[in-house]
Structure formats: C-alpha cells, structure tokens
Design a protein around this ligand. Structure first.
Ligand SMILES: C[S@@+](CC[C@H](N)C(=O)[O-])C[C@H]1O[C@@H](n2cnc3c(N)ncnc32)[C@H](O)[C@@H]1O
Length: 209
C-alpha cells in the first residue's frame, strides 16, 4: 500500500535551508519576496511555492497540514539591535507576531510544529529549545541539537565562499536586489532542519508503539 506523504507547511521559506534534506514530503512554501521564492523554487521543483504573507496564510490554512515550520523575521528580536542603537539607529518594538504564532499553534494546531528565531536581546516570553544562535519552540521534544558544523559568518567573506561554506549554490538570483549574502546567512543548517523534522515524527512513532 502506498503511504501518504507528510503534508508540510514551510512558512517564511527563504531559500529553504531548513527544508533542504527533507524527503518524501509534500511541501507548501510561503515566501513574500517574489525573487526569493523563485530561487527557492529552483532548488525544490516539486514544492508548491506561494508568494504571500506567511502570518495570514497560517491563520487561514493551518489545518490542512501535518507539520508546520515557521521562521518569522528576526531583525526586531536580534541582539544586533544593541549595536545598531550605538550607531544611532532608532529602536523599535519587537515584532510579537512571533509569539502570536507560537500561541496560535500551541492551542489550535493538532499536528507537529516548530517556530524558529534567533536568540533575542530579551528573555524569551515562552521557554524555547536552544541551538547555536537559534531558539526553537515546538510541541515535541528536540534533543541533541549540537549536530551541526559551525558556519563562519565573517563580514569579508565573498558570496562564492559563503555558498560553498553553506553548500548552497545559487545559479540564478532572478534579479534579486537585496544583499545576496544575507540570503545565505539566513539559512538554517540543513542537517539541523532534518534533525528537527525527524524529532517531530520519532516521538509520534514511539507513542504509537
Ligand atoms: C530567516 S528567513 C527564512 C530562512 C529559512 N527558514 C531557511 O532555513 O533557509 C525569513 C524569510 O521570510 C521572508 N518573509 C519576511 N516576512 C514575510 C512574510 N510576512 N510572509 C512571508 N515571507 C516573509 C523573508 O523574505 C525571508 O526570506
């Protein structure tokens, strides 16, 4: 009998670092930048890629999926804000849509879910799992996260060295106008993405047994 594929919603998909090593899944990816969504699509031809607001999409479609991964933008939470303030930039509120999604998923979603962000400049309002420079909130146990190699983030690193370092070779940027190196800085280490995905379903299998 043919097994049904796990239906995954990949929110704030970027170029798909977290998704790179997932196999036998049916993925819907949401990204609001058209050029980035095209780069993503080149890597994952079988995924359904939608250019839309991920926060709104979650609200309207969460119950169509088995697994949801969300990577909301980190700039308003990041420790970099201290540095920017020192340089004279105006400070702003942290974008609490991050916590809206965590609470929403926790209460209303029956499947497995994970929300990822950087370690912020304030104590997290809900306790996360931690790995390297990231926080992960989820409804399953995430263990042994120190499996990933340390990627370098040197400022002077060229784009091609960065692609090699992250094992992500973008051939066509589809006229993307932003900083190309940031696209690569944003990726979740694929091995960590796979490990977290496996943690979600290992626990489920153990419960079934
Ligand atoms: C941190 S990156 C995602 C990295 C990705 N998880 C990975 O591992 O490669 C966040 C992405 O969300 C996109 N984005 C920001 N706001 C968005 C929104 N409201 N809806 C959809 N995508 C959004 C950005 O363009 C960016 O590509």
């Amino acid at each position: 009998m043919k097994q049904e594929k796990i239906k995954v919603l990949n929110l704030y998909a970027g170029i798909g670092g977290n998704r790179k090593l997932w196999k036998d899944v049916e993925v819907t990816a949401i990204e609001n930048n058209k050029e980035i969504s095209r780069i993503y699509h080149d890597f994952f031809l079988g995924d359904k890629v939608i250019v839309a607001d991920a926060h709104q999409y979650l609200l309207e479609h969460y119950n169509e999926f088995d697994f949801i991964w969300s990577s909301p933008p980190c700039p308003t939470h990041s420790k970099i804000n201290f540095l920017l303030k020192e340089k004279g930039k105006k400070v702003t509120y942290p974008d609490l849509r991050l916590y809206e999604e965590i609470i929403f998923l926790k209460v209303w979603f029956d499947g497995q879910w994970v929300v990822e962000n950087v370690k912020g400049y304030y104590n997290p309002l809900i306790k996360p799992f931690e790995s390297g420079r990231h926080y992960f909130w989820s409804n399953f146990n995430i263990t042994n996260m120190d499996i990933t190699k340390k990627v370098r983030n040197d400022k002077g690193m060229t784009l091609s060295v960065k692609m090699k370092e992250r094992d992500f070779f973008i051939k066509n940027f589809h006229n993307y106008k932003g900083d190309k190196r940031t696209l690569l800085n944003n990726v979740i280490e694929p091995k960590l993405g796979l490990h977290i995905f496996n943690c979600a379903f290992k626990e489920k299998q153990e419960v079934l047994i």
